[in-house]
Design a binder for this molecule. Structure first.
Ligand code: NAD
Length: 488
């Protein structure tokens, strides 16, 4: 496997090594081998990054110069686009993305999402004239100014590193905030490369900083605790999200959380090509490591046997079509780490213990080399109260649950702590839309409609999150309102 160049910290406009030249290994999910060294930030490095971001926000005109920021972000966009192949190579190597997933979901959607956010930028209202009002016997002329919130600590996960990093950093910078980005220890190179391109784009010192760290907690927690940080924008697991919200309460900072999911895919009994719809529900994309992937398949009991047969065929046909680093048609590779593989395998054992029937897969594949491979896996005869139906597995595991009628399908779909995405498929758009409206989740696809794009707000209800990213809403999340009233 080829090596990635060393990943350096980006602090106060400069690329640099961590204090004491400390580094940590970047492990490739395809092989389990070291593919690069990343700077291992110390507490002092994190402190330097926060201080730089604070200084850039408080002591420069970054937050005021909307047009200059916009021009700079367009230049940054051009650099990211020009380095598309390099970005693909990095996410393939460090996130374990197969080529089919790396171009499409990992990089191209991040880049087109960036374009969407840039397109939304001119529609942001910075100032509103709320007119004159006579109150208490005199007139006041009032304006409402929408101002950036300040220093943002952006904490991201490993599954779609470029997509999530762009979804946080670009809207925050466009809003006029300054940012310290802390990626997951598993995917430091993507973030470090974003730092390198920021140097090339000529970002003013301190407006954007990147700190990589081997310790999954230290740097992120330092951002959450530090009173100089005004906002935490976090994407990751619900457990860590809850802890962040609790810790952030001490300094009462804003917290945006994009968390886990267990989205339901409801196929109705009148679905036009029922077998095909069922077959397309396999959880294979990026080995199931996507927060909004519909991992609970709900099928009508009246057509349950037909659905199980279709899935059996689909999984049998897919058996050799995954796990090849070089095959451009493939969308499934390994899971991110040995730890994640073991976690997913524990869920597979649990499903069997809970009484679900293993229809396909279920094995870790050590015969595919030193990487972290798990077979595409499908459980049928699942009840929604089983842990494999309630908890996020974050691996290539589909659970199939029968339902009685539309009401029952809605009840099961909503009977979850998670509420991120969902799908409905039916011959009747009206029937499907009626159900979509009753589903409690942030993004619902009807008959295959694309519900997650860079010009739309994305986020979850319930334990799937707080706040929205992307689209105009994604920029506005980083703004606050201030009133200036002048006695006339
Ligand atoms: P994770 O919660 O373990 O870690 C996410 C990030 O938080 C990492 O950078 C990690 O180093 C950091 N972190 C860990 N503990 C911390 C703490 N106490 N304080 C501050 N930071 C801390 O998640 P992960 O395993 O990297 O990613 C998988 C999870 O991310 C899944 O649950 C998935 O659903 C979720 N996810 C959600 C979305 C979304 O938009 N809703 C998108 C992608 C991934």
């Amino acid at each position: 496997m080829e090596m990635l160049p060393d990943a350096r910290l980006y602090i106060d406009g400069k690329l640099r090594a961590a204090a004491g030249n400390r580094t940590f290994d970047n492990i490739c999910p395809w092989t389990g081998e070291v593919i690069g060294k990343s700077a291992d930030a110390s507490a002092d490095d994190v402190n330097d990054a926060i201080a730089a971001a604070r200084r850039a926000f408080d002591q420069t005109d970054w937050s005021q110069q909307h047009e200059e920021r916009f021009a700079l972000m367009k230049k940054y966009r051009d650099l990211l686009f020009a380095n598309r192949d390099r970005l693909v190579q990095i996410v393939r190597l460090e996130a374990g993305s197969s080529i089919g997933a790396a171009y499409r979901a990992q990089v191209d959607r991040a880049l087109s999402g960036m374009d969407d956010v840039l397109t939304c930028f001119p529609s942001v209202t910075w100032e509103e004239d709320r007119g004159r009002r006579n109150e208490m016997g005199f007139d006041s002329d009032r304006i409402v100014v929408h101002e950036p919130l300040g220093v943002v600590g952006a904490i991201s996960p490993w599954n779609v590193p470029l997509y999530v990093n762009v979804g946080k950093v670009v809207p925050a910078l466009l809003a006029g905030c300054t940012v310290v980005l802390k990626p997951a220890p598993d995917t430091p190179a993507t973030a470090a490369f974003m730092g390198e391109l920021a140097v090339e784009a000529g970002f003013p010192p301190g407006v954007f900083n990147v700190i990589t760290s081997a310790d999954p907690v230290m740097a992120g927690e330092a951002l959450v605790k530090d009173p100089r940080v005004d906002v935490i924008s976090f994407t990751g697991s619900t457990g860590v999200g809850k802890r962040i919200m609790e810790t952030a309460a001490a300094t009462l900072k804003r917290v945006f959380l994009e968390l886990g999911g267990k989205s339901a895919n409801i196929i109705l009994d009148d679905a036009p090509d029922f077998a095909m719809s069922v077959m397309q529900s396999m959880v294979i994309f990026h080995a199931g490591q996507g927060c909004a992937i519909p991992t609970r398949l709900l099928v009508p009991r009246s057509r349950y046997d037909e659905a199980v047969k279709a899935l059996e065929m689909a999984y049998a046909g897919f058996a050799t079509k995954w796990g090849d680093f070089d095959d451009p048609t493939q969308v499934m590779g390994p899971v991110i780490s040995a730890r994640q593989r073991d976690r997913v395998m524990e869920y597979i054992a649990l499903g069997q213990k809970e009484g679900a029937r293993l229809l396909a897969g279920g094995k870790a594949r050590t015969d595919k080399g030193g990487g972290f491979f798990i077979e595409p896996t499908c459980f049928v005869d699942v009840r929604n109260d089983m842990r494999i139906a309630q908890e996020e597995i974050f691996g290539p595991v589909l659970v199939v649950i029968p339902y009685e009628d539309d009401e029952d399908a809605i009840r099961i779909a909503n009977d979850s702590d998670y509420a991120l995405g969902g799908c409905v498929i039916s011959a009747s758009k009206e029937r499907a839309t009626r159900i979509a409206r009753r589903m409690r989740a942030g993004a619902i696809s009807v008959n295959g409609g694309l519900s997650i794009t860079g010009d739309l707000p994305f986020g979850g209800f319930k334990c799937s999150g707080v706040g929205r990213e992307w689209g105009r809403e994604g920029i506005e999340e980083f703004l606050d309102s201030k009133v200036i009233a002048t006695r006339a």
